[in-house]
Design a protein around this ligand. Structure first.
Ligand code: BDR
Ligand code: CA
Length: 313
């Protein structure tokens, strides 16, 4: 089967970086048409720069990187340096990129790329706030029905929130954008905290990354060393949750994941629960299903896949 064509929309972020590396190490499964950066974990200048750093680390300098929206649709930007550090990629010491960010705006690249391909052949993979995707849908409604699928990291049901008691970071940062995407009618697969909190980098798993002995393996281990302190302190978990790599792993091995096709609505008006993903997991309403909401993962299978693919870079 031909590799699936994807656009990765991202705010790197250590876990975004690992998600990108997994895709770049899997050319028989996914063809990365481009990487679009959005403001999220850190401001846009840093997320775009970090995307270039990761492409260079992988030796894939031919992947075009685009800078997109520098703030949410109607709010001030909330960032997460408390998790990812000042640069967004704290941990390893990686060289400043030589690669330049493309001139074209990420939203225009998204629109042009979907338009230029046959309907149902481009999948969009958002790993950060949904600002670029919602803006593209607002500017070019004709692309909505052409998108093959959106596979995104965001939201939570059983795990509730990680930035407020009710909301997950990516959705909280731009709930209006999330609302547009979830109401778009596109086939959506969601990787919420419910599943990403099961994809934990335990010590033996991080040792396996480091033991690859390559610049990629060592950088991923060092990113995890930095990134894990937040979740270990906050949740007492066994290691860093690899949120965003669940998205790219799903494209390669969907059989590692299970979930339910349910209705998911985004809270956009209550201050108390702003950005909550109101997921009808128990199907207690008659609202129509709009998303495959993933709940479980074969974590050992996921880490075997990740280690094998990182070893190729
Ligand atoms: C999400 O927020 C970011 O901090 C991570 O990169 C991930 O995309 C987890 O809530
Ligand atoms: Ca992210």
């Amino acid at each position: 089967m031909a590799p699936r064509k994807i656009i990765i929309d991202t705010d790197p972020g250590q876990d975004d970086a690992v998600a990108i590396l997994l895709a770049l190490g899997s050319p028989e499964d996914v063809e990365v048409l481009g990487i679009t950066a959005v403001a999220g974990n850190v401001p846009l200048d840093l997320t775009a720069k970090n995307a270039c750093i990761i492409c260079e680390l992988a030796g894939k300098t031919d992947i075009p990187v685009f800078a997109g929206c520098d703030r949410p649709l109607g709010r001030d930007l909330v960032t997460a340096e408390h998790v990812h550090g000042k640069t967004g990629l704290d941990g390893p010491s990686l060289p400043a990129p030589v690669m330049a960010v493309q001139e074209q705006h990420a939203v225009d690249f998204l629109i042009d790329t979907v338009r230029a391909h046959d309907a149902g052949t481009v999948t969009v993979c958002p790993l950060g706030p949904l600002t670029n995707i919602a803006t593209a849908f607002q500017h070019a409604p004709d692309i909505v029905e052409k998108v093959q699928q959106i596979v995104l990291m965001g939201g939570a049901y059983f795990e509730v929130g990680n930035i407020t008691p009710a909301a997950e970071f990516n959705i909280y940062v731009d709930p209006e954008a999330a609302d547009i995407v979830f109401k778009s009618g596109v086939d959506i697969v969601v990787m919420p905290l419910d599943v990403t909190h099961k994809a934990l980098v335990t010590q033996p798993r991080n040792d396996a990354f480091r033991a690859l002995g390559t610049p990629v393996g060592i950088a991923v281990a060092e990113m995890t060393d930095f990134f894990e302190r937040f979740d270990k302190e906050k949740y007492g978990s066994a290691g860093a949750p690899l949120h965003d790599p669940c998205v790219t792993a799903y494209l390669i091995r969907p059989d590692l994941f299970t979930g339910r096709h349910i209705n998911v609505e985004i809270e956009t008006s209550s201050d108390l629960t702003m950005g909550m993903t109101v997921a009808d997991w128990w199907r207690v309403t008659d609202r129509s299903a709009n998303a495959m909401f993933i709940g479980d993962i074969d974590a050992d299978g996921f880490f075997d896949l990740l280690t094998e693919r990182l070893a190729r870079l």
